[in-house]
Design a protein around this ligand. Sequence first.
Ligand code: HEC
Length: 131
Amino acid sequence: MPAPTLNRTQTAYLTHCGGCHGIEGVSGPTFVPMLRDTVGTFACSEEGRRYLVQVPGVSMSLIRDDQELADVMNFVLFTLGGKSTPATAKPYTAAEIHEWRQSPMSVTDFMERRAHILQNAVAACQTHKPT
Ligand code: HEC
């Protein structure tokens, strides 16, 4: 039986993100946020989409190539995000990554900022739902 192989994007995620966030996006009971089936909620708002790129682990990632980081973020959003990702979510482009990673989030009240952005995104998700 051939060994399962990972593509370039999965390998990049594994190497640069998986150590903290887990191979499957499940980080366990730590202060590292869970990605699997949760991260997609942020994509309901533009602010949330931008937030996901501006968190320090992403914006300051050693993945310096913008397209490669866009691919990793799309893997995070559309694969790990699972059912939390809205059907209307737009894939990240290299240009967006390039622009947003120039301003990494550095705030002293990070968890408060995150809660606020998440709250707005949850509200936006409601209005995106097909009626
Ligand atoms: C050194 C550990 C570490 C690495 C490496 C890391 N992260 Fe993170 N990540 C965190 C922590 C901790 C947070 C919470 C915010 C903070 O304190 O910076 C976070 C936040 C996030 C968030 C926001 C999720 C939310 O619910 O708020 C996303 C998305 C994310 N990381 C994706 C990635 C991706 C993609 C990579 C690889 C390019 C990566 N991270 C690399 C530790 C890490």
